[in-house]
Design a protein around this ligand. Structure first.
Ligand SMILES: Cc1cc2nc3c(=O)[nH]c(=O)nc-3n(C[C@H](O)[C@H](O)[C@H](O)COP(=O)(O)OP(=O)(O)OC[C@H]3O[C@@H](n4cnc5c(N)ncnc54)[C@H](O)[C@@H]3O)c2cc1C
Length: 417
């Protein structure tokens, strides 16, 4: 290792905790600070899929034409809190400007190195931590009504093929032989091998954080409101009226990262893509693998004693309470996908995907302030890409050059000074 540093990591979701594990392995002193405690943000409630093939962003060509109709229908997984629209417009305009083939290709090329080998990235992260038990290698299937429905998504599948993803196509009886749990209305599946899922994302991240603490890292529950710099160098972070000394600070605060990044001269257009989960506790049957049900755009993941359905995109900011309609839609879609299934209880949850306008996370050093780093903005794929992001940050902090071109993720693309 090079010089031993004291590193404050602001935000203990999957990204911050992954960075902490890798930095500790490099021999640094790690201080993990979270306003709510490890894995209490988005990393608690996600769909748990290690979705390596999810390199195609939401902003695909044609989105602009489809979105208004989707927003007006209560049976489509896109919602808007209309009172929030005026605040959203500047972000939305930039976001939608990327819904063209060239930008989608650029985004897919940027995401592939971060998420393309996620299962192995998670295994490497968790090795020897006690958190390995939550990682399950599995297939990942996209489910369609029929081949024609699958072919409607040809644009995305062509991009996946181009980036090296292969799949098996299961039609009719072949799909139902693979997993008889599903409705006959689902007649086609694209099955990708070498994916995986986490059987309790929140407990997984908490176990990783506990490992960091057991190895001498400090975990603090506090709200960080500033990063202190002197003569162009980080010297501490401000939390609860106190300054905590450090020589390196990393902003990994998910959707809440904007104000801290701004203090470091990086003004990221960051919004919440609010998402929902509905858990079916003690179900009468379990799916064999995680799936993405294309008609409802939700994932169904077999978890510890329950199926977690996760999906929906709702724009409405950070403060508004959850809406009811997304839960009703997920419940309806669950009954359609799993006919005859019963379950004992339900758990409902809403959380915030950290969404940059260009659908590419911000990973790297803040220019002009020595010791300031950031890693956030992972949209729908933060669980998948968190371990790689944490490892890349640890390499950059140690002054090692990662074997990945980091320019696409550079905070500098949003620099204000
Ligand atoms: C419904 C839904 C389903 C999803 N499904 C998947 C999936 O299947 N696979 C996948 O890969 N991804 C999925 N995602 C996305 C994924 O969950 C996120 O991208 C990921 O959790 C982001 O992790 P993070 O560490 O950046 O942020 P978070 O997990 O939100 O962590 C940020 C932490 O920072 C803390 N914090 C914020 N501000 C401060 C501050 N000022 N001081 C101190 N602490 C602070 C918060 O308390 C929080 O714990 C899904 C998301 C949703 C909403």
């Amino acid at each position: 290792m090079n010089e031993k540093k004291t590193i404050a990591i602001i935000g203990a979701g999957i990204v911050g905790v992954s960075a902490a594990v890798w930095l500790q392995r490099d021999g640094h002193d790690v201080l993990l600070i979270d306003k709510a405690g490890p894995a209490e943000g988005t990393s608690h409630g996600n769909g748990g899929v290690l979705a390596s093939c999810s390199i195609v962003p939401v902003t695909v060509p044609g989105l602009l034409a489809k979105a208004p109709k989707m927003l007006l229908s209560r049976s489509q997984p896109l919602y808007m809190k209309w009172g929030y629209l005026p605040k959203l417009i500047p972000w939305l305009t930039r976001y939608l400007s990327h819904a063209n083939p060239a930008d989608v290709e650029r985004i897919a090329s940027a995401l592939t190195p971060i998420i393309g080998d996620s299962l192995n990235d998670h295994k490497a992260l968790a090795e020897g931590t006690g958190a390995e038990k939550w990682i399950v290698p599995s297939d990942y299937l996209y489910l369609y009504r029929d081949r024609a429905h699958f072919e409607d998504d040809a644009f995305g599948w062509d991009i996946r093929r181009k980036h090296g993803f292969n799949w098996e196509e299961l039609e009719g009886p072949a799909f139902h032989a693979y997993d008889p749990i599903y409705s006959e209305e689902i007649g086609f599946a694209a099955k990708l091998a070498d994916h995986g899922h986490i059987t309790d994302p929140g407990r997984y991240v908490k176990d990783l954080a506990a490992h960091v603490e057991a190895n001498g890292g400090r975990i603090l529950r506090a709200n960080v409101d500033d990063v202190v710099e002197e003569n162009g160098k980080v010297t501490g972070v401000r939390a609860g009226g106190e300054t905590l000394a450090c020589d390196t600070a990393i902003v990994t605060a998910g959707v809440w990262s904007g104000p801290l990044a701004k203090r470091l001269g990086i003004s990221v257009p960051l919004e919440s893509e609010r998402g929902y989960h509905l858990e079916l506790i003690a179900p009468s049957a379990m799916p064999r693998s995680p799936v993405m049900v294309a008609s409802g755009k939700f994932v169904a993941t077999p978890m510890d004693g329950r199926i977690r359905l996760a999906g929906i995109v709702e724009f409405g900011g950070l403060d508004a309470p959850p809406s009811r309609a997304p839960f009703e839609l997920m419940r309806k879609n669950a009954r359609l996908a799993f006919p005859g299934m019963t379950w004992k209880e339900e758990v409902e949850w809403m959380g915030h995907r950290p969404a940059t306008t260009d659908s590419i996370p911000v990973i790297g050093a803040a220019p002009r302030i020595q010791g300031a780093f950031m890693g956030f903005g992972h949209h729908h794929i933060g669980l998948t890409g968190g371990p790689k992001t944490g490892r890349l940050l640890a390499q950059m902090i140690a002054g090692r050059t990662p074997n990945t071109d980091m320019s696409a993720y550079s905070p500098e693309r949003f620099a204000t000074r």
